[in-house]
Write a protein that binds this ligand. Structure first.
Ligand code: PLP
Length: 394
């Protein structure tokens, strides 16, 4: 075996995703395929995104395309946005611009955790936490969400903590469940993390993965755990709100509530560690565009219509669905209980959902609401028919 042990573990943890990805790539060659799998765009880019990039692509100085770390104007725009959305006085110097949330999570792990440290992750949760942790030589420890409501189960997190725990990752609005957690949850979690940190004699950090922060339905309020637990670092991505995940842009933000000496140490490490992990800064043009991009968003009214249409039709067909409060995913229980079989039956009709097996949940499925309304309407008759068939056979 030539490959490193950590690469072997990372590959094993992500195999279910890459295998599914390859299968979907070939299915997508069918022009009639109705694709509800990954959160990819199915329509041309938002005009606000194209305009912002076009406005910055023409060089305005000789160093326009020179090596760039975090651009001050981008850091300033991010800090201003965070002040409003999270309600804390973020400082521009505490923002590191990154290649999406992926880049920000890698930066956070490199800053905070040593090889062999344990990192608690939610299950079901995003399928890249585990491979990323393995690749960083860290140990993923799973904490189950409430199996009925998919609320964060603070007691389950408490049980997952050990003297080796260094980081707890939380994600709200949550992929794949669409749940948004209230402030009371964060207060309860903060208490647990404070107690465990005191017991361990070492601080447990909270990494709040917030790439869907701006994608919320029905005016539901957003609460960041940063307001409840000072030792919180936030990661974000513009890939979701702009529905342009290929344009890699995001950031890591240190909470202004982190005690001064610790914040200072981390702040000074943001740039050098961004360099050490492989020039983890986003490209120049994406960074110049941040002040404009802060005000561009996926069409929430249209997304809400798609959510409502699919949610009602599935509920009417007797499918158990978690009503999305945020994100662009809809999470449901497969009629008949076998998500793989249910998704295979739909795939035969040209409809592609993501089976919960990618999230270690063999009874569930995920639908991406980034498909067009036309795709939704075309898929619904067969979706409802297959759901009724499999539900009746239960
Ligand atoms: N975190 C969660 C919960 C996600 O769903 C994703 C993308 O699917 C990411 C992080 C990574 O986002 P990006 O690809 O924009 O870096």
């Amino acid at each position: 075996m030539e490959m490193s042990a950590r690469a072997t573990r990372a590959k094993a943890a992500v195999d279910v995703v890459t295998t599914f990805f390859a299968k979907i790539q070939s299915a997508a060659d069918d022009p009639d395929a109705l694709d509800f799998t990954f959160g990819n765009p199915h329509e041309f880019a938002l005009p606000g995104l194209t305009d912002a990039l076009r406005a910055q692509v023409e060089p305005q100085s000789v160093d326009w395309f020179a090596y760039k770390t975090s651009e001050p104007a981008a850091q300033q725009a991010v800090a201003t946005g965070l002040r409003t959305e999270v309600g804390l006085p973020f400082e521009p110097e505490d923002i590191a611009m990154t290649q999406g949330a992926f880049g920000a999570i890698s930066l956070a792990l490199a800053l905070l955790a040593d090889a062999g440290d344990e990192v608690v992750i939610p299950v079901p949760g995003w399928f890249c936490y585990e491979p990323m942790l393995h690749a960083a030589d860290l140990v993923p420890v799973r904490a189950a969400l409430d199996p009925g409501t998919f609320d964060l189960d603070v007691d389950a997190i408490a049980r997952a903590l050990t003297p080796r725990t260094r980081v707890v990752i939380v994600n709200s609005p949550a992929n794949p469940t669409g749940r948004v957690y209230p402030e009371a949850t964060w207060r309860a979690l903060a208490e647990v993390l404070d107690d465990a940190s005191a017991r361990n004699g070492r601080r447990i950090w909270l990494l709040s993965d917030e790439p869907y922060r701006r994608i919320r339905f029905d005016g539901i309020e957003f609460a960041s755990p940063a307001t409840a637990y000072p030792w919180t670092i936030i990661d974000y991505s513009y890939g979701k709100v702009l529905l342009a995940p290929g344009q890699r842009l995001g950031y890591l933000a240190l909470s202004p509530l982190i005690p001064a000496a610790e914040r200072e140490e981390l702040r000074e490490a943001l740039m050098p560690i961004g360099l050490a992990i492989g020039w983890g800064f986003p490209d120049a043009v994406m960074q110049y565009s941040v002040p404009a991009l802060e005000h561009v968003s996926i069409d929430m009214a249209e997304l809400t219509r798609k959510r409502d249409r699919l949610y009602s039709a599935l509920v009417d067909a007797g499918v158990e669905v978690t009503r999305p409060e945020g994100t662009f995913y809809l999470w449901g229980r497969a009629p008949g209980g076998d998500a793989q079989a249910f998704c295979d039956a739909l795939a035969e009709r040209g409809i592609h959902l993501m089976p919960g097996t990618l999230f270690d949940q063999p009874h569930h499925f995920r639908i991406s609401l980034t498909a067009t309304m036309e795709t939704v309407e075309r898929a619904l008759p067969a979706l409802v028919e297959v759901a009724a068939e499999w539900g009746a056979a239960r």
